[in-house]
Design a protein. Structure first.
Length: 55
């Protein structure tokens, strides 16, 4: 087997592992937090408060 073929298989394996990790993490986060928390923009609120204090 050529080196490039081995590297290709390794890259596909790493890609599959990363994809699996992302799906598992997505499910953990989705079950741990409510939709309101996940879609809120707390950073934006903090940024707006900081800008108002500097005026």
């Amino acid at each position: 087997m050529e080196t490039w073929q081995i590297l290709e298989y390794v890259a596909w394996g790493v890609s599959a592992l990363l994809g699996l990790y992302m799906v598992i993490d997505w499910m953990k986060v989705d079950s741990s937090y409510s939709e309101d928390v996940l879609t809120s923009s707390r950073e934006g609120e903090l940024e707006a408060m900081t800008e108002e204090q500097h005026r």
